[in-house]
Design a binder for this molecule. Structure first.
Ligand SMILES: Cc1cc2nc3c(=O)[nH]c(=O)nc-3n(C[C@H](O)[C@H](O)[C@H](O)COP(=O)(O)OP(=O)(O)OC[C@H]3O[C@@H](n4cnc5c(N)ncnc54)[C@H](O)[C@@H]3O)c2cc1C
Length: 595
């Protein structure tokens, strides 16, 4: 039967060894982030995820959400699980203590996010969207809005949504038709249709706070004419409790490939009462200020699903007896050897593992820089960290969700036909993983963001925040006998390809933007693999120093996985570089009518 247990040892490795813990603890409010404090949090989080959320993952997928007269019900067990989650204070882990949060750094909370995504991604969508809404209100709300909504949203009593998408516009939000008319008393009346709204309606919380993009009557055309409005399902009474029902209704639930227990709602706003958040016509900018955090969260969805799929694929591969090892029988006492002896099965498992552990390290690095960008007392440090986050976020979102899809498909493959049928639960991970490549900006749009906005920003300043540390590391370690040949040489080859492709994409893109667009997805992947290569070289360096001793088995496995990454995944940068250098002509020359 399927199982999940958080990879606590590896999580502690990235938090305490791969990352510089002193850098985290030097930040205001993070002084106590020692293993003594963090380990028990992670252990409790694992209990909630493995014992409460994971057991309703499969049943939630089978039952899905239902709607009757606009009332949406989540599957059996979800309300009880949400109550436990809320009462345990998990919703406010990173939230501001002024609003009842615990003020933990993202670097720690990220590990809990991963566990939730592994255990039950559909469940995690409800608090996930709430966190986005909390971030927007915290940053752009009026003091009154913060006082009315944040305490209840941080506690999890009320949840939130992000209402951007409309039937005719997803990526191109400039086309939005929803309207907001001033009511004369400081409030607005919102009218319009939104689709695909996660957690738009459900039975987990007493109120739902929608953040809705709409246009004012005098709005300029395009994305510069969009404003952001707070539209509660129930209008709060003066005492703060939910009062009159507002005109924000769920008209239908989407039937979809995965995350079936997450209510994906078509929403109708009819003269709904709302209040503006931030400035007129600046709604999209307000949304974008919190996009980096949300996009890291979506990347973690890919990572979490890859991890749970890996765990179950390994368990099966050790148990399933088929054939004999190609290099001689390993278990003569059994009718056949377990499939884990076969090179191709090992290739699949090691691919999953090397991607997962590399992605966990990259995500942790990103989360730490987010914390530095928010908390560091020195403005120059904050700017440097924010530059890095700006650059790496589209890569984390797209690369980790691609890994989620590829790895869950490999996990299914390891089980053969038993992976494809429902019984083992492996096909659900594949279905659940797919959406993460699409929402929160498709991965194609992430790639355009990288080459179009991030690459050239401030004359390459963002790029330097990645290139400089990697180059310094390569230079510092290239004579290191233990590391040079196996780890630094392949890394420097990949890094050289990334440098050449960066220069070439920038050069060609300046002459013809189509060229930049044509290279974008391959370039993002090249960047992602190289970034993981750097993380793996550093992890190998740590592991090499700990090959003897109590935990030798952990560090030996880490080193073996690092070698696999260097030899079997990092060389993909060669073919990606060739694809990028080939240019965009071949994408252009086909006549539209010929498709
Ligand atoms: C399960 C689910 C949950 C969701 N949750 C929410 C939510 O809570 N709130 C919300 O507002 N939305 C939500 N969405 C919507 C989601 O964010 C959009 O589906 C997504 O942004 C893509 O928009 P679209 O579907 O309209 O595709 P389109 O924008 O029509 O894009 C179609 C294809 O064209 C490509 N494309 C479009 N424009 C360009 C371009 N300029 N250059 C290159 N390629 C381009 C895209 O990459 C994509 O491959 C959800 C969607 C789903 C399915």
């Amino acid at each position: 039967m399927a199982a999940y247990n958080a990879p606590l040892r590896d999580m502690r490795f990235v938090l305490n060894e791969f990352m510089d813990p002193a850098r985290l603890r030097a930040l205001p409010g993070c002084e106590e982030m020692t293993p003594d404090l963090v380990d028990p949090i992670l252990e409790e989080a694992n209990k909630l995820c493995s014992e409460v959320l994971f057991p309703i993952n499969r049943s939630g997928d089978e039952e899905g959400c239902t709607i009757e007269n606009g009332v949406v019900r989540t599957p059996k067990g979800f309300k009880q699980a949400y109550d436990l989650y809320r009462d345990g204070g998990w919703n406010g882990l990173t939230a501001d203590p002024d609003y009842g949060g615990q003020g933990l750094p993202r670097a720690v909370a990220l590990l809990f996010e991963e566990m939730m995504c592994s255990a039950n991604l559909a469940f995690g969508m409800y608090p996930g969207l709430t966190h986005g809404a909390i971030a927007a209100i915290s940053k752009h709300g009026t003091p009154e809005q913060k006082a009315t909504y944040l305490h209840k949203m941080v506690s999890g009593e009320w949840t939130g949504t992000m209402c951007l998408t409309e039937p005719h516009c997803g990526t191109d939000l400039g086309l939005i038709r929803s309207r907001a008319v001033p009511a004369g008393d400081g409030s607005y009346r919102i009218t319009g249709s939104k689709i695909f709204i996660s957690a738009g309606e459900h039975d987990l919380a007493d109120n739902i706070i929608h953040l809705v993009l709409a246009k004012l009557p005098d709005a300029p055309k395009g994305t510069r004419g969009i404003s952001l409005f707070l539209v509660p399902k129930f209008l709060p009474k003066p005492d703060g409790t939910p009062g009159m029902r507002n005109g924000a209704m769920c008209t239908a639930l989407e039937h979809k490939m995965g995350i079936k227990a997450s209510a994906t709602c078509a929403m109708s706003f009819e003269d709904a009462v709302g209040w503006m958040v931030g400035e007129p016509h600046r709604g999209l900018a307000a949304m974008f200020t919190m996009m980096n955090e949300a996009r890291l969260g979506v990347g973690i969805q890919g990572l979490g699903l890859a991890e749970v799929s890996y765990q179950n694929a390994v368990a099966y591969a050790k148990d399933r007896l088929q054939g004999r090892a190609i290099d001689g029988t390993k278990h003569p006492d059994k009718p056949a050897d377990p499939i884990i002896v076969h090179p191709d099965v090992r290739r699949m498992l090691l691919t999953m593992r090397a991607q997962i552990e590399g992605c966990r390290a990259l995500a942790m690095w990103t989360a730490l820089e987010q914390d530095v960008a928010h908390r560091h007392p020195d403005a120059a440090e904050r700017e440097a960290a924010d530059d890095f986050v700006q650059l790496i976020t589209p890569i984390v979102k797209a690369y980790l969700t691609d890994v989620g899809w590829d790895a869950t498909a490999l996990g299914m493959q390891v089980l053969g036909g038993h992976g494809y049928i429902r019984e083992w639960g492996m096909e659900q991970y594949v279905r659940d993983a797919r959406i993460a490549q699409i929402y929160e900006g498709t991965n194609g749009i992430q790639a355009l963001d990288l080459v179009g906005r991030k690459m050239g920003a401030h004359a390459g300043r963002y790029l330097r925040r990645f290139f400089h540390p990697v180059l310094s590391y390569i230079e510092a370690k290239s004579e290191d006998e233990a590391l040079a040949e196996e780890f630094i040489l392949p890394l420097s080859k990949a890094f050289g390809r990334l440098q050449s492709c960066t220069a070439e994409v920038a050069r060609r893109g300046m002459g013809d933007p189509f060229e930049a667009g044509a290279a974008a997805s391959d370039y993002l992947r090249l960047f992602g693999i190289t970034a993981l290569g750097y993380c793996w070289a550093r992890m190998a360096e740590i592991a090499l120093q700990k090959q003897d001793g109590e935990e030798a088995a952990f560090y030996k496995a880490k080193l073996a996985t690092a070698r696999f990454f260097m030899q079997r995944i990092l060389p993909q940068t060669g073919s990606l570089a060739s694809q990028i250098m080939a240019g965009g002509k071949v994408l252009k020359e086909m006549e539209e009518a010929a498709f």
